[in-house]
Design a protein around this ligand. Sequence first.
Ligand code: ADP
Ligand code: MG
Length: 323
Amino acid sequence: QNTIDKIAAGEVIERPASVVKELVENAIDAGATAITVDIKEGGTSFIRITDNGGGIYKDDVKLAFLRHSTSKIKSVEDLAGVSSLGFRGEALSSIAAVAQVELITKTAAGLTGIRYVIEGGFEKSMEEIGAPEGTTFIIRNLFYNTPVRRKFLKSPVTEAGYISDLMERLALSHPDISFKFINNGQIKLHTSGNTKLKDIIYNVYGREIASHLIPIDADMGVIKLEGYIGKPVVSRGNRNYENYYINGRYIKSGVVSKAIEDAYKSYMMQHKYPFTALHIKIDGEFLDVNVHPTKMELRFSNQEDVYKSICSAVSEGLARREL
Ligand code: ADP
Ligand code: MG
């Protein structure tokens, strides 16, 4: 069991940023409106994630760390319409297999909070303690028991950079949630949680980009688009500034990128990659999210339709632009 968990963990947890991604997505799924991520040494020695979401019931705490245990899917039919970010029940078991994990959680109904410690997949303790409503995870010494994996990590500065990029994408993906990111005691990002997408773009990318945005707002029936595309002056030579979220999830998709770029090319006469911050809503039936555990790649059940809808939605927005 423990060995299997360690191997399985390799698929989901590659580096500190993967831990942060999984735990923040869990916090979002738990309905949190404020999430704080605090790291030291690039997250290799210390990651603390605090949320004000629903918490975990006492009886569910141990269960949450079992492989394939998820509270988010009740049946196979549910899979097609998954709207929560997580659903495989692999993250907590994977993280606990390769790190020292401390969990403090309290539900609204719980009389006290619970503190649970699990290291390398082995339970250390579980006790009742006072705690505010919500959940805190502390992850210490990632890969402490898998030295080979630990050796493959980059420098703390580089690992912190990955987490910083991730926090920016998460902030852009949920303007309604307040995100705080603290690196070695310094606040690196703080969003208020009731701002507009544009304010977060300003916060993350600065004035230059925020003042050169074209709003996109299109409803194509099964596909809806909302957000911004940068004017040509702030275009890039690569796809690094292409951010888009499908049903709230940050993903990479050749089809989506191509659709945006093609629309941009024909309207802007420009062969560069546009700055993009787009929220795309697609009916669950068009999605196959069950492709890879980290869910960064998405497959569509009808690529052609998705391409056409996004391309014409973006085109429509660009056609109405004022340059
Ligand atoms: P998944 O997200 O795929 O369900 P995880 O291993 O990430 O699987 O989490 C297991 C379960 O633990 C979740 O289904 C959820 O019930 C619970 N859980 C994890 N993190 C939180 C959190 N921050 N707040 C409330 N519940 C949580
Ligand atoms: Mg999860």
